[in-house]
Ligand binder design. Sequence first.
Ligand SMILES: *Cc1c(COP(=O)(O)O)cnc(C)c1O
Length: 452
Amino acid sequence: MEKKRYERPTVIRQHSGFMNKFGSKQIASAVREIEGIPVSYLLEKFGSPLFVISENKIRENQRKMNRIFKTRYPRVQFAWSYKTNYLDAVCSVFHSEGSWAEVVSGFEYDKARALGVRGEYIIFNGPDKSRSALERAINESAKIHIDHFDELYDIIEIAGILGKKAKVAIRVNMDTGIYPKWDRFGFNYENGEAWQAIKRIISSKEMDLVGLHTHIGTYMMSADAYKVAASKLAALATSIKSEYGILLDYIDMGGGFPSNNTLNGQYLPAEQVLPSPEEFAEAISSGLFEMHFRPDELPMLILESGRALIDDAAHLLSTVLAVKRLSNGKRALIIDAGLNLLFTKLWYKHRISPAQESGLFTEDVAIYGPLCMNIDCIAESITLPVLKKGDKVVIDYVGAYDMTQWLQFIHMRPNIVMIMKDGSVEIIRKEENLEYIKQQEILPESLKFTLK
Ligand SMILES: *Cc1c(COP(=O)(O)O)cnc(C)c1O
């Protein structure tokens, strides 16, 4: 029989059921499998840590969102926000559900094109579009959403040289009652800048004004804000029609719907405090119907929802490396997934569950990642059964932004697998290795030496 390890006794106050300063307790039950596949098998086969993404869940999320919007507005088109998760496999699932691509850099634009998305189905947003990216986008009839006047003048110049009309919309920022305002992007509605940009575009022969765009924020907790935004864009579209007789192809309401991930400092679980997708859809469509156009004149509604469609479709599996006591007696776990893989920890209190049945006793623990940095803390205080070295945990809501904002810092990035709709498991991004890092490095000849 294995000899029990000695651990110095500590006395810890137990409090059950009450709210504490970290919110109400959610005692996690064990998550032993993901879509029927044992967590232990996945980790054994593909290594730890491991990101696991569900194809079925992505499809289910997208179909549900399509249904919710299409029952409220006649023409709806989704465009997948690449920066939220631009893995080829993930984007391909969205595209196969009919979504266009929404990109915010030349790199993302090229990635969408390499996946086979035609230019006309790419929405090109963002404050930084290089000259070469703009050339490509104009040539390929992508929908360019102009962010500022300098970009507008660049487009006039480039389109003039190419002899091709650019398909453009403007991004509009406005007061939606949510502060701080996201007024660094696009043209302001209230001060007349947006209308000025619209007039400039309509008077130029190098551009076709095809739409209006806004993206009012992210993880928005108010449906009313979308109603305000939609009414303001509807008012602009109405003026464009009455002053110039131009009917827009679309109004793009951006993304920003929250996922059910709970924010740091949020007391109740996200599901209990957030508006439902139906409320967002209702708010947007009622704002747009203020256009009072004939049904066949209504512009298409484009949505660029990111986190709400992917966050719950991915899990991060991780292994307990060590258990220790902090100087105040509190138990701490060190796991092999840290802030390098869970950048969104800075905003969220992720749900973390043990992956095996443990005893009935629970304890408030702190969870740290493997980095040699004090800020590498995954949970300051979370109630978990008593875990030991080698045990596994499952971290939920990691589909949005974690696989794009992750850091290659101290550790390489791990494998990412997708559970396919037929139940098979495929690696969709291989773990990085030294070779991968060295591939980009160049050691000047004069610095080469051998340690003797
Ligand atoms: C990031 C971004 C999105 C997606 O935002 P979510 O909050 O993830 O829905 C959509 N549109 C634009 C312009 C963005 O920058």
